[in-house]
Structures are given as C-alpha cells and as structure tokens.
Design a protein around this ligand. Structure first.
Ligand code: GLP
Length: 257
C-alpha cells in the first residue's frame, strides 16, 4: 500500500486526479468505480479542471457507483444516482448510458444486486475504484463486520453512518436505514484502489485501516489485502498514523518505474 500525505484537501484532490487522469489517458474506455460523499469532491473538481483544459476525456469511459440508498427516489437530490449525475457525469462529461448506480428502488433488491455484479463483470471489471472512508472505517456502505468476501447486497446502515449523513438531509429521520452497496469482495477485485480522506474526523479510520490489524471490524483495513492500493490523505487525516514520517520518506524516494 502506498500512503501519500499532503497539506490539505485540495492537494488530496490534485494527487488523486493525477492518478485517475493517467489511467483514463492510457485507456479512454477505462472503467471507473465512483464514490460519493464529501471525500472525493476535490478529486472530481480537479478532474473537471483537466477535462476543461482538454487533457482528458471521460466520454468513452464507464462508471459504476459504489452504493445507493434503498427506497429513495432516483430524482431525490440526495439519491446517489442524483449525486453521481451532479458531481461526476455532468461535470466530467461521462456518457450517462455508461454510468451505473445500484437500483435502490427495485422490488427485488437481491436480483438488482446480482444484476449489478453481472454488469461490472460484463464491463470487464473495474480498472480503478475511487473510495472515501466513513468515520467508523466503512468503505462503500460496508459497515464494520462486513465480510471481506461480500458482494453487492442490501445492508443496514450503522446509526453512526446515518448520523454522519444526516447533514445531507433535512433531519435524521429522513436518512434511509438501508442501502445497496458493492461488497468488500467486489471492491477488492478492482485492479487499482485510490482512497481519499481529509480532516481530523477520519484520522482514526485511516490509522486503523492502514496500520491496524486486517479485520472486518474496520472495513477499510481490507485495502491491506490489495496489491495496488493508494491512500491519499491530508495532514489532519494522517495525524494518527504512527509511520507518517516513513510514508513521507517513501514518497520522496519512489523507485523509478
Ligand atoms: C458515505 C458513502 C461512502 C463514503 C463515506 C464517507 O456514507 N457511502 O462511500 O466514502 O460515507 O463520506 P464523506 O466522504 O462524506 O465523509
């Protein structure tokens, strides 16, 4: 795992965008796993800057969102389908036909989850998965004790996650209780993982994920099992990493590729 520590959230976005841009630059039909939430918004903004300058194009790329709330209307501004359209598809110029979000309104949610897995497979798998992390260490909506072998499925949101996400809704009561999320097994199959985080509220989750034991109690620790995972954090999110100085040293002394 590579850990890159930078000054602030803006720099997190810039470094992450350079990674994604390199992948899409090399393969304009790349399959990108898309996270929602505040963590990747600087990354999407930086990518938007590159698209505007004509450096890269997502017109031929495919996208798969990590997760969706259950029971929320697609047109609700807080559905992840809406968020992905607003934050990713429109500004980055994805073809909406090639951007997929799990169907949280399906009558048969288990079938919708299976169809989502099949769609990822049919697209050739995910080339790079962008990830944020919850304050309790969740990735996607895989809450603590999610199996590392899990696939896309319905989950019950942890009370803490609902509280964290209440800021996007008018009240806590409006935050859905269920979601449909790519599993940790699904995420681990992406060819590359890029996790971005900023702020003090993520410091414990980052330290536990990067340096703690590999345990389903901390879903982010699944990244330790991936052969190509990069964690990009600002100083505040890095503040509880015991080997922070070592990661800085490694970044300064990267071997020639
Ligand atoms: C959300 C999303 C995750 C996200 C995490 C952190 O609920 N389901 O994909 O990474 O929680 O959110 P934020 O980046 O807003 O702190």
């Amino acid at each position: 795992m590579q850990v890159i520590i930078v000054a602030n959230a803006d720099a997190v976005g810039r470094i992450a965008s350079a990674k994604i841009a390199a992948i899409v630059g090399a393969d304009p039909t790349a399959v990108i796993g898309l996270a929602t939430g505040s963590s990747p918004s600087d990354t999407y903004r930086a990518l938007h800057g590159r698209v505007t300058k004509g450096e890269i194009s997502f017109a031929g790329a495919t996208g798969f969102a990590l997760d969706e709330y259950v029971g929320i209307s697609v047109s609700d501004p807080q559905s992840y389908a809406s968020v992905i359209t607003r934050d990713v598809v429109d500004p980055l110029g994805f073809d909406p036909v090639r951007v997929h979000v799990p169907d949280g309104r399906a009558v048969d949610l288990a079938a919708a989850a299976e169809a989502y897995e099949a769609a990822i497979k049919a697209a050739g798998g995910i080339d790079v998965q962008i990830l944020g992390i919850g304050s309790n260490g969740h990735i996607g909506f895989n809450e603590p004790t999610s199996s590392f072998a899990s696939r896309t499925r319905v989950k019950t949101l942890a009370p803490r996650t609902r509280e964290d996400n209440a800021r996007f809704f008018r009240s806590l009561d409006e935050v859905p209780i269920h979601c449909i999320t790519q599993g940790l097994g699904t995420i681990l199959e992406a060819r590359e993982l890029v996790l971005v985080a900023h702020g003090e509220s993520k410091a414990n989750a980052i330290a536990d994920s990067v340096e703690g034991p590999v345990t389903s109690f901390v879903p982010g620790s699944a990244l330790q099992l991936h052969r190509h995972a990069t964690v990009i954090v600002d100083e505040a999110a890095a503040s509880r990493l015991r080997l922070a100085d070592y990661y800085r040293y490694v970044t300064l002394n990267e071997p020639q590729k």
